[in-house]
Design a protein around this ligand. Sequence first.
Ligand code: ZN
Length: 257
Amino acid sequence: MKADLHAHVPQGYANVNKVVDTASSRLSPKGLVVIANFNELDRYEPLISAKGYSRYFTSNGSACYFPEQNLWIIKGAEPMAKLDEGEGEILGIGIPKGARINYQKPIQDTIKEIKDLGGKIIIVHPGLPVGSTAPYFLKHPEQLENAIGIEAYNQEGQLFRANATTRQILKKLAPAIQKYHLGLTAGSDAHYPFELGLTYSEWDVFLPFDEDSDRFIQNLEVIIRNSPRIHAGGKIAGPAGSGMHIAKMLWHKVRQN
Ligand SMILES: [Zn+2]
């Protein structure tokens, strides 16, 4: 299975067939893509509710399976959380459909919110100059106990050579990563459908359809913790895509200071 474990589509985007076609063409024959909301139900819900290819849902709606394309679309949420100093984004996956994770809460509260909803945590883009939670986890490595994975490669991170910084951070966190059995993951951090699935993690196993959402997410956790092969691909996202996203984060940071 090939999995782009960290992606987005534009707010309110509703062309589910285009997303399925793009993702399944790049992640075939068996793929999985996480579509993460920001502070609203603005990415996953409109997408998987749109008319298009036939699909099944797990019981809580946190995952959607397209049988003809062998593709999973999983719900994610990437809230901004407050750290001891500054702020950073954290990714929860397997969040129930319709459930929202609060923004701008202390990171301990955000972690609890994700876990209480049955979601699993991936520490994303630790090497990014803004929007990283790495300062928190470097200071409190025991808090990695709450995560199942850490993103070793982020396609958007190419913009800031952030993946080199990520490698240095992973070295420092290596004892905790091993102790808590975190998988090393990869994601496109796509903000447009054309960026989806160019960067992905790959394993020899595939998750079959399972209507039981708890069992499904537990099986996904086992796979993710079992560190995959990472395929770093894709072009640097266009200025209209992730560049805008980072500009917004910078603006937010400047406004706060
Ligand atoms: Zn993201």
